[in-house]
Design a protein around this ligand. Structure first.
Ligand code: ATP
Length: 236
């Protein structure tokens, strides 16, 4: 797995959200993208997944261009996004939500293995598998959203603010599991977060984004130690 983003420019109508973003992800990494409100983090994910395709620039996945492909073609290559605010299907059961994650797959035995793995990661989802998604707590819904993405057998998992609106203990639990998925499944993870401190703690590398541009990139440990990052994003 490798992904290269080269100088992409992305827009909403005539509002330019990305002004020449370049970054890359290599196999097995956790890379985080941090930055303030409106910096362009979500748009970067949407550009990768084809929902806001770039007007200029290039995105290559495993050395082939993907920036002109439709979102479903991008999903079928194993690039799976967990959107901000989770967006699970509240009226469907936990199990049905998970089944939907696997809708593009036809390797039945492996789907069952993945489901067992997910229930090991999140036993609470197994307990609640016949309950409707909308009755879960915020943290459980985030677990379900991540699990639904795992059911698609991702090579690259795009996580948009998994910590949003959750209590600190739940956030820690979810971040631990993100790290575990990366380690055990070898899934490459691109993590967009406002919670820069925790995100940098589990990441190998990080990018800082401001105003539609990448302004810094480094090993996560070095960003955690960087004075400007501390002041702007770590509240130190
Ligand atoms: P946040 O953490 O607040 O989600 P972000 O870094 O993810 O911020 P984006 O959501 O990517 O930022 O937004 C980048 C820019 O694009 C902002 O100026 C935002 O106002 C604008 N934008 C985002 N979504 C839309 C939209 N649907 N229509 C118009 N402009 C948008």
């Amino acid at each position: 797995m490798n992904l290269q983003i080269k100088n992409i420019h992305s827009y909403y109508g005539n509002i330019q959200a990305l002004k020449g973003v370049s970054l890359e992800l290599t196999a097995g990494e956790i890379v985080t993208l941090i930055g303030g409100n409106g910096a362009g983090k979500t748009t970067t994910l949407m550009s990768i997944s084809g929902l806001v395709p770039p007007k200029r620039g290039e995105i290559r996945f495993n050395d082939k261009p993907i920036h002109k492909l439709s979102p479903d073609k991008i999903v079928s290559q194993g690039i799976i996004q967990v959107p901000e605010g989770r967006r699970i299907f509240p009226d469907f059961s936990v199990q049905e939500n998970l089944d939907m994650g696997a809708y593009l797959r036809n390797d039945k035995p492996q789907i069952k293995t993945d489901l067992d793995y997910i229930f090991e990661l999140f036993p609470i989802l197994k307990e609640r598998r016949y309950q409707s998604g909308g009755t879960l707590s915020g943290g459980e819904q985030q677990m379900l959203a991540i699990s639904r993405a795992l059911m698609a057998n991702p090579k690259l998992l795009l996580l948009d603010e998994p910590s949003l609106g959750l209590a600190p203990l739940i956030i820690q639990q979810i971040f631990k599991i993100i790290k575990k998925i990366n380690k055990e499944q070898k899934t490459t993870i691109f993590l967009v977060e406002q919670n820069a401190n925790l995100a940098l703690q589990i990441a190998n590398r990080g990018y800082v984004m401001e105003n539609g541009l990448i302004t810094m990139e480094d090993k996560a440990a070095r960003l955690l130690d960087n004075e400007a990052v501390k002041r702007a994003y770590l509240g130190i």
